[in-house]
Design a binder for this molecule. Structure first.
Ligand code: ADP
Length: 735
């Protein structure tokens, strides 16, 4: 008989230690004693002492190589009621931590957040109509009676709706004219009505749905791309797949990822029309109450359909059975700090591990996805033409060497003519320039000094509306100075080059009677400001919209027939391996806004590089040829998707220490067949927020485990003092 069995006999059975993982940058879970014998199941949320505090964590599976727990252990304070994390999600968290080389606890933090979602929200009182009519009626009281509805509203909401003070509402409640009821602070989302039919599908759509459906029926994993031009009906197809998954299993949950918050509201509305119920939303613009509601309702599995940005992938789904990644090529799916991950790639990996289909949709699929299809790992279904016969826009180039814009202006005569014709026809134009602000560079005419952010090598961009200079990398802003900070010459700072605000100045001067608006993330800084402009554009109230890429994606403006790209060369020479691909995707999306309805559209691209393969492909519509050329050059260089990349960034304020650390890293590079390490090299933006930055790039053959190589390498070098090391697997940014 062992010692523990003896003590069990004498004092009753003793609870066995369990592992608890906390949402902190920790690589392992810790041993704790559960408060009771039962209930400490894996996945349950707990509150436990950690250092001087008590914090929320999760009971975690034991690892095979874990050492035996210590003799004296702290005890879990509380096991929270309600469902915890599903085994599928625990597996996904562990896999993500390994893949991204991040601490396990940091990945858990993406799921649990700081734990605020776990605290019981305070109850609220709401009001509905009561039994009595008040003896004395006043206009304010009348207003409350017309505002009150079947769904309980808090006193402040009801008062605001009626346009009266809260006192009027409370007064009515005292006389039983209103009845107080308890409001659920996290009301459940109404279930989707799965008996509702979508549109009658075209033959191509039926065929696409059929392919996805095969995997849904079989309950098997596949990554399937819906490949179709903008407006070909991809959304309609994947909503059918969502309907099928939710109908097949009454507990199933589905997730639709979309890249851009600006798209969420119209998209939520569309989903609501399809299913007769709004899905649960998830993005950074939600209030904390709305965020808690979605989180808790996903966790208790009552929210069956979630529409969200990339981080929605880390919501606590109980029974996730389908993920849709709309606009799968979009760079917004890459999260660049904290745990660095790509939500499309993680979605596919999650579906593969858990055995459910993942549907990708794009008009301009990423080369990664195209190669995965060519090599048989992903499937593809095509929607070759626009729905209901709407035609693709006619795309042509304007050679800026032959027909330049006038001095100090940005629109060439052919583009000006085209806008004139569009205005005459009573149709809308979109002038696209992917540059926020007034001018990308502010330069002293006297001494040539370039305005940069403090302690950074990033340019300050003039924003004329606010009369400020803004750094788009660090967020630093300052009022535009009246004198050059270097030579003190007064009024010598000159804007160089155009941003959307400057093009808008030109447009307003040329077309004083036209309704002109700017749309960019800083002229419409809130989701509602952006929505207003998008709705006005949709309703035909704007003649000329001057916009950055926020207008490029997803929107459907029926009367938009002209897209003018002010600088089609911007981005092509980006010096990063995906520059051409990204430019192609963006321009093809923005030109795809023209003529989406009955009226045919056209797009004019201003360029100095008429022979650029990207622009030639856009004009000829030969997307696949362009991709083939891109693929060939990546293959030759061994770049993704034909090879693997990992980046290591070292940063710190102490440059001497940073250089020493870079040298120590260089000296520790393990020799390995099929792996090249480039660097150390100063990062293109060397100084950022006062820190200097040095990069390494690991390039490996595709069959090599880059993570293992990097782990072996960095475990040989300790980072000391102020130096920080960031590992980025499959990097997208090289700045
Ligand atoms: P995509 O996602 O490829 O851009 P959408 O699914 O948004 O395309 O479809 C483009 C437009 O055509 C939308 O207004 C959509 O409602 C409409 N549409 C698509 N499929 C059908 C269909 N089968 N019947 C009627 N309208 C459809």
């Amino acid at each position: 008989m062992s010692a523990s069995e003896i003590s069990d006999d004498l004092f009753g059975p003793k609870a066995k230690p369990v592992k608890v993982l906390f949402p902190l940058p920790l690589f392992t879970a810790y041993d704790y004693l559960p408060p009771f014998e039962s209930g400490a199941e894996i996945g349950r949320f707990v509150r436990a002492p950690f250092g001087p505090r008590e914090i929320f964590g999760v009971i975690w599976p034991k690892g095979e190589a874990d050492p035996a727990p210590a003799a004296t252990l702290k005890t879990i304070v509380e096991i929270l009621p309600g469902p915890g994390l599903s085994p599928e999600l625990i597996d996904f968290i562990a896999w993500t931590a390994r893949y991204t080389m991040s601490p396990l606890g940091s990945v858990l933090r993406m799921v649990m957040r700081s734990g605020e979602v776990l605290s019981e929200p305070s109850k609220q009182t709401g009001y509905v109509l009561g039994k009595n009519r008040p003896a004395r009626m006043t206009p304010q009281r009348e207003a409350v009676f017309s505002a009150v509805g079947p769904t309980p509203m808090t006193a402040s909401t009801l008062a605001a709706k009626a346009g009266v003070s809260g006192g009027v509402v409370r007064g009515l409640a005292e006389t039983d004219a209103l009845r107080a009821v308890e409001i659920d602070p996290d009301p459940p989302f109404p279930p989707p009505d799965l008996s509702r039919k979508g549109h009658d599908l075209s033959d191509d759509q039926i065929c696409a749905v059929g392919k996805i459906s095969t995997h849904i029926k079989a309950g098997s994993h596949a990554a399937i791309l819906i490949d179709g031009v903008t407006g070909s009906g991809k959304t309609e197809v994947y909503l059918e797949a969502v309907a099928e998954v939710l109908a097949k299993d009454k507990d199933a949950q589905a997730l639709i990822l979309i890249p851009e918050i600006a798209l969420t509201l119209p998209f939520l509305k569309r989903v609501e029309e399809r299913f007769g119920a709004a899905p649960a939303p998830w993005h950074s613009d939600l209030t904390s109450a709305a965020r808690r509601r979605t989180w808790r309702r996903v966790a208790d599995a009552s929210a069956r359909l979630v529409v969200g940005a990339r981080s929605a992938l880390f919501l606590p789904f109980q029974n996730l059975k389908l993920i849709i990644v709309d606009e799968e090529h979009d760079a917004a799916y890459k999260q660049g700090d904290g745990v660095i991950y790509h939500a499309r790639d993680l979605s596919v990996a999650r579906g593969a591990r858990a055995g459910f289909p993942v549907v990708l949709a794009s008009a301009t699929p990423s080369l990664e996805t195209v190669v995965n299809i060519d090599e048989g790992r992903y499937e593809a279904v095509g929607l070759p033409s626009r729905f209901a016969g709407a035609t693709m826009p006619d795309i042509s180039l304007i050679d800026m060497r032959e027909t330049p814009a006038e001095q100090g202006r940005w629109l060439s005569p052919p583009l000006v003519d085209a806008v004139n014709q569009t205005l005459t026809a009573g149709e809308q134009s979109l002038l696209f320039l992917n540059r926020r602000g007034y001018a990308p560079l502010t330069l002293c005419r006297r001494c040539g000094h370039k305005m940069t952010a403090p302690n950074s090598d990033t340019m300050l961009v003039e924003h004329r509306f606010e009369n400020r200079l803004v750094c788009h990398h660090t967020g630093f802003t300052m009022p535009k100075p009246s004198a050059c900070p270097a030579c003190h010459a007064v009024d010598s700072l000159a804007p160089c080059g155009p941003g959307v605000e400057r093009v808008a100045d030109e447009a307003t001067a040329r077309w004083p009677d036209a309704a002109i608006k700017i749309l960019s993330s800083d002229t419409a800084w809130s989701a509602s400001a952006m929505r207003e402009i998008l709705e006005a554009m949709h309703a035909g109230e704007i003649d000329i919209l001057i916009a950055t890429q926020v207008a490029a994606k997803g929107h459907h403006f029926p009367n938009l027939t002209l897209v003018g790209v002010v600088d089609a060369d911007l981005g092509i020479a980006g010096g990063d391996l995906r520059a051409a691909e990204r430019t192609y995707q963006l321009l093809s999306q923005v030109t795809g806004r023209a003529g989406r309805d009955v009226k045919p559209g056209r797009a004019l691209l201003q360029t100095y590089q008429t022979t650029s393969p990207v622009l030639e492909a856009l004009v000829s519509g030969e997307r696949d040829n362009f991709l083939a050329v891109e693929a060939q050059s990546r293959k030759q260089l061994g770049f993704p998707p034909y090879g693997r990349l990992g980046a290591i960034l070292l940063r710190g304020r102490d440059e001497q220490a940073l250089r020493e650390s870079a040298e120590a890293h260089r000296a520790a590079i393990p020799p390995a067949d099929g792996v090249e390490v480039w660097g150390p090299a100063p990062a293109p933006i060397y100084r950022l927020r006062g820190e200097a930055r040095i990069r390494f790039l690991v390039k490996a053959r595709r069959n090599i485990d880059v993570q293992r190589f990097i782990k072996a390498w960095i475990s040989r070098v300790k980072v000391k003092g102020s130096v920080r090391r960031v590992v980025d697997i499959d990097p997208y940014s090289f700045l």
